[in-house]
Design a protein around this ligand. Structure first.
Ligand code: F0G
Length: 452
């Protein structure tokens, strides 16, 4: 039987298109033969060599939950047997992962399913799912002795990168679109000490500049084309399965922007299935905002044969992306798991976000596309009432308070939506009321709120 240590040593890089297997990655993490993306794979896992006991791994990971070792306390590094090897002395961790899985009873009712849960990746140290990939990729930068790390971002990657770079005593360069990211996210990268450049372009324009920059300067690229990011983000799915006692749900639903997260979660599911850690694959479905839906259109209009970049626009600024880098990886996991792709409108996102809030959970707008998408998948019959569903909430409510306040004040969207949607929004809106500091006035407000 192989020892557990051996498993993590066996990672190789491979191009997803031409299959080339470079010994190391170029600065832009593109295949030097064909220009496509690289991924890690683990040749030692292929049958019949993977003669190890899944139960041993599960017991080891569970035992680490009570360990006092720093790496064991991270919900990413705890699962290091399924990741490429990075020596412990290079690990930069903020004890990321370990995020809660919540029951969502009210949201289940509005979506028309019996059992709905949400894994809240917004409960990570910098309040988004990016930390799980960033701990791993920033550690790889540290191992490779880079002084500077950089990313293009809609705000969450940059916040996360800035934090991990600071912890690892590296400098960080952030390229973000001027004006189209929330103050919460911007303020994080400032406080964590990043050189923050707001470029007069959109996210896709920031990516273009960054790709040129890394070819000229010794700067380590930390966007999700970096395959270490994807490896770290896999652990959200591993941890989810552990929380579900290794009994997979029927459906997992994720938001789709640059499509790194869906690729990572799908990769983890496929690998866990291969390693017999789970007995069947959940269907992984990807939801995009209607105004930023290049992947939805790729699948629906072109059968996934090509992706036409677009100029993206949505108030869910985290996923305001018109040319997603990882679309081929995401397509592969969509097909392998039998998932669906769906698009949702601005009002559908806003309503779903308030519904998630009304369950006492809350999330940022991009995360709410999952519930909005579930409602549509349920109506179309792709999801059945008795099936179990897990939504991946990617960012915390406080990432974008501006959106939330505008929604509750009725200032978010014009009146262009259908009457039934406007009525649903109104029902959920809780604008603050300004009153005199007088007991009678407050009691009157309370009594008015109690009336049906
Ligand atoms: N949800 C949130 C809150 C995000 O910040 C992002 C992406 C996504 C969903 C989409 O995930 O790109 O892996 O498909 N934010 C990136 C950023 C692009 O720069 O923070 P994806």
């Amino acid at each position: 039987m192989r020892t557990i240590q051996n498993l993590e040593m066996m990672a190789r890089l491979r191009c997803i298109a031409c299959g080339a297997m470079p010994d190391s990655a170029s600065q832009d993490f593109r295949c030097t033969s064909c220009g496509d993306l690289l991924e890690f794979f683990f040749p030692g896992w292929a049958p019949p060599a993977a003669a190890f006991d899944a139960a041993v791994l599960k017991a080891l990971w569970l035992a680490r939950r009570t360990s006092r070792e720093v790496l064991d306390q991270s919900g990413v590094w705890r699962f290091r047997e399924l990741l490429p090897h990075i020596p412990a002395e290079h690990a930069i961790t903020l004890r990321e992962g370990n995020t809660p899985l919540y029951d969502m009873p009210r949201c289940a009712r509005v979506a028309g399913v019996d059992h709905l849960q949400a894994k809240h990746q917004g409960m990570n140290p910098t309040a988004s799912f990016k930390d799980t990939g960033m701990t791993f990729a920033a550690s790889s930068a540290h191992q490779k002795k880079f002084k500077w790390v950089a990313c293009a971002s809609t705000g969450n990657t940059s916040a996360s990168m800035a934090a991990y770079a600071a912890r690892g005593e590296m400098h960080s360069l952030v390229l973000i679109p001027d004006g189209k990211i929330s103050w919460g996210k911007l303020s994080q990268s400032l406080d964590y000490g990043a050189l923050t450049c707001q470029l007069r372009t959109d996210f896709d324009g920031c990516v273009r500049i960054l790709n040129e920059l890394v070819r000229q300067k010794p700067v380590y690229l930390l966007n999700s084309v970096n395959p270490y990011r994807i490896e770290g983000q896999k652990t959200a799915a591993i941890e989810l399965m552990e929380q579900l006692l290794w009994e997979p749900p029927d459906h997992i639903i994720v938001p789709g922007g640059n499509l790194g997260n869906s690729s990572a979660i799908g990769k983890a599911l496929i690998e866990m299935h291969e390693l017999k850690l789970i007995s069947r694959l959940p269907k992984l479905s990807i939801i995009q905002a209607q105004g930023a839906n290049p992947f939805y259109r790729s699948v629906k209009e072109f059968g996934g044969k090509k992706l036409e970049p677009m100029t993206a626009d949505t108030l869910a600024t985290a996923i305001r992306i018109g040319n997603p880098a990882s679309w081929k990886k995401a397509l592969r996991v969509l097909q392998a798991t039998g998932g669906e792709v769906e698009e949702v409108s601005e009002i559908e996102i806003a309503i779903a976000k308030a519904e998630i809030g009304a369950d006492g959970i809350g999330c940022e707008p991009a995360s709410a596309v999952t519930l909005a998408g579930l409602k549509k998948l349920r109506r179309d019959g792709f999801v059945r009432a008795g099936e179990s569903v897990v939504l991946i909430l990617t960012g915390h409510l406080l990432k974008d308070p501006d959106f939330t306040i505008k929604f509750h004040r009725g200032d978010l969207l014009g009146g262009a939506s259908a009457e039934s949607e406007n009525a649903q929004a109104k029902y959920l809106q809780r604008a603050p009321v300004v009153l005199d500091a007088n007991l009678g006035v407050v009691v009157a407000a309370l009594e008015a709120a109690e009336r049906p």
